[in-house]
Ligand binder design. Sequence first.
Ligand code: GDP
Ligand code: MN
Length: 391
Amino acid sequence: MKIHEFQAKAILGVYGVPVPKGEVVTTPVEAGRAVERLGGTAVLKAQIHAGGRGKAGGVVPVSSPQEAEAAAKRLIGSRLVTHQTGPEGRVVKRILVEEQVTVGRELYAGIVLDRRAAGPVIMASGTGGVEIEEIAANYPERIVRVAVDPATQLQPFHIRRLALAFALQQPVKNLAAKLFPAMYRLFQEKDCSLVEINPLVVTAEGRLLALDAKLNIDDNALFRHSDLAELRDLDEELPLEVEASRFGLNYIKLDGTVGCMVNGAGLAMATMDLVKLVGGEPANFLDVGGGASAEQIQHAFRILISDQSVNVVLINIFGGILRCDRLAEGVIHAVRSLQVTLPIVVRMEGTNVDQGKRMLVESGLKFITADGMQEAAEKAVKAARQQKAES
Ligand code: GDP
Ligand code: MN
């Protein structure tokens, strides 16, 4: 789960990481008043669940309450498109009004859960800011990475190695040494998958400040953080994904045309791989779960086909707990009641497979059946191409 910058900063503050003074507003008038309270100058920052706002005009310095009001009028309700939002962008609903800071240097500090290291990896760089992606791609050696063994935890030598990357002089150097333990404690205690401060700045007065903050929380741990779960902003999530989560379906929208309905995350991944291997593009990841009911299948179908870019549905099910006859029943019912006209490729295997196949044939509906996964993927991609050619 992602949260907003202002929420992440509030949490960082609790853990002792210095953040700029600021407040969140939802109207231009409030923005003007907030700037007044800050002494007449401020930076307005659009609150959306995506980075790249600086380059896209979502971070606006202002030097009077009037200017703030005008800028807020432009920002609130507008659609901000950054390189992280996709072309559809995000509608700005809130603005963080923050004290203006005179930036001396921009640094980078982050902690991610790294699968290869099988634990947290802390990163630090002496050159942070809006170009961090380019730096990571072109000068990876400028980013120091330290893997922390969860069994032995963060050690002083880790901190020294990371702080060195900042190339700071005293007394700011000491402030940096305090930063990593605070970030690490937050990362652990809140079950984060990401804690990122970019930029971490040294101000002209020699303060160390988190000028931007990103915090992602492991969804599977939300049950033990009811305070964090409340921060979820459904407006920032794709409507289809929110809808799917209501029915216990694991759905992630992608850019292709082959709608995939699969049970089990591993099989879903393998299916997507196969679709790509035979020259197609999956429109989504969808794991209906091991014990999906006919009703869930119906919801899954509805969600799949309401994505306009889907022009073929590929069903790949291994019937274990979810028996093939129950799947067939769900699919037939869904196709009838939703009046699906798209081609549907079905490949199933497992418990009651013969009964399931018979039901599909006897339904009188036009299913394209396949025996193996590869064959199913090939048929789906072929059907997708034909649909495209016809339309
Ligand atoms: P992002 O582009 O979405 O990551 O948004 P950031 O919060 O990182 O802001 C982008 C850039 O705006 C930062 O890298 C800073 O260079 C600049 N910026 C943000 N707030 C201030 C501020 O108070 N003073 C100054 N001088 N620059 C700021
Ligand atoms: Mn940033």
